[in-house]
Design a protein around this ligand. Structure first.
Ligand code: DC
Length: 231
């Protein structure tokens, strides 16, 4: 069966990675979380003092970008790939609220986007890939056979993220998470390079009031229809 490319874009905390992982598993495709790469670069910038609460030194980060080696390694036990930065497993650290607070700023930088988009395009040359992010259907894989654009209300998304962080043992405040979600929406949608946009050929998908099972059924059917049409 011919393999296709599936691009899943949308707002933060809409459950893009959950559905992308499920689809990849059901179809036997590779799953790539492009946001993890922006988060890893952000962690690198934080550790080196290039970005913090009241300071940033973007030029210094740009200079060191070639030194950041990003690799996804498949974890058999978990059933998905984890993000490694310069040989270190940073999967847990890149999901913290601190990294979330700075990542949109880092993702605005043209040099960063250029470097990461190039790596992502290479990952998709053989198709059979599900990638989620903000610019996958518009910039990384403009020719993807299936493009989904996920949305949900900011309050629903903030609540999901809040629960996720609590479950991981982080001390968080719901209002803080909601502010972070709204702030990221604003930066992601209004940045100069590759802003988050619903492209004409993407399917808008609002899951505010949808359970995971129904969501999977629908998405899986979209994918099967596209795959069968190509036979
Ligand atoms: O999907 P996520 O929340 O882990 O993404 C983290 C940030 O990275 C998000 O604020 C926007 C940015 N991002 C991006 O600009 N382009 C992508 N393809 C993926 C993520």
């Amino acid at each position: 069966m011919e393999k296709i490319t599936i691009a899943i874009d949308g707002y933060s905390s809409t459950g893009k990675s959950t559905i992308a992982k499920q689809l990849a598993k059901a179809l036997g495709y590779v799953y790539v979380d492009s946001g993890a790469m922006y988060r890893a670069v952000t962690l690198f910038a934080m550790r080196n003092g290039f970005i913090g609460k009241d300071h940033e030194n973007i030029q210094a980060l740009i200079k060191l970008l070639p030194k950041i080696k990003l690799v996804f390694k498949y974890n058999k036990d978990l059933g998905y790939s984890e993000m490694y930065m310069n040989e270190e497993n940073v999967e847990k650290e890149i999901r913290s609220l601190e990294v979330s607070k700075h990542v949109s700023r880092i993702a605005e930088i043209e040099h960063v986007r250029h470097m990461l988009v190039n790596i992502q395009k290479k990952m998709g040359v053989d198709k059979g890939i599900v990638m989620d992010g903000r610019d996958i259907g518009t910039v990384v894989f403009p020719d993807a056979e299936l493009k989904i654009f996920m949305t949900a209300s900011p309050e629903k998304r903030a609540y999901r993220r809040y629960k996720e962080l609590l479950d991981k043992g982080e001390e968080v405040d719901y209002e803080d998470v909601l502010k972070n979600v709204q702030h990221r929406d604003d930066i992601d949608s209004n940045r100069e390079f590759s802003p988050l946009r619903l492209s004409e050929d993407a399917i808008p998908f609002d899951n505010s009031d949808m359970g995971l099972e129904e969501q999977f059924e629908r998405m899986y059917n979209y994918a099967l229809r596209v795959i069968e049409k190509g036979q």
